[in-house]
Design a protein around this ligand. Sequence first.
Ligand SMILES: [Ca+2]
Ligand SMILES: [Ca+2]
Ligand SMILES: [Ca+2]
Length: 167
Amino acid sequence: MSIRTLAFVACAALGLTACGGRAAQDRTAPIRALLSADALMLVSFDTNGDLSVSRDEAEAGFAREFARADADNNGALSPIEFSNWSSLVLGGSQIGPYRLDFDRNVDNVITREEYDTELRARFSQYDADENGALSRTEFVRLVGQARPPTQRRQTAPTIGGAGGPGE
Ligand SMILES: [Ca+2]
Ligand SMILES: [Ca+2]
Ligand SMILES: [Ca+2]
């Protein structure tokens, strides 16, 4: 992945907070943002440079990244191995995926199976059009904005409440 690509993705990742000011002006428009740092990694799996990450490219990428993470080459990732890998590949531990996203049985070890299972699921979640490949647009999510509580208090006409049954 080129530096330019990285910069683009990083800026997009920051968009959620960086664009907060502009978003405040237009509360009706949804925000476009990267919601997870796994996009940084998945984009890097595009080995043939066609701007699309195929399933085969992704599988090869999972294997490469697991090998990179597994520093002691014992076939599993310890918390420190995951932390080091996350810093390198996911740009730190500020945004997910987090260790416990992978370590589903919470035994402090991420097996290759857990690693692949999580990343395959994420690949499928991104693949909105289910064509088996990830385009750049599939990484960018529209985030619905929570609209602030409206101030206007509707004085609802009280029908038959105020008068009450008078007898
Ligand atoms: Ca590709
Ligand atoms: Ca290991
Ligand atoms: Ca797709």
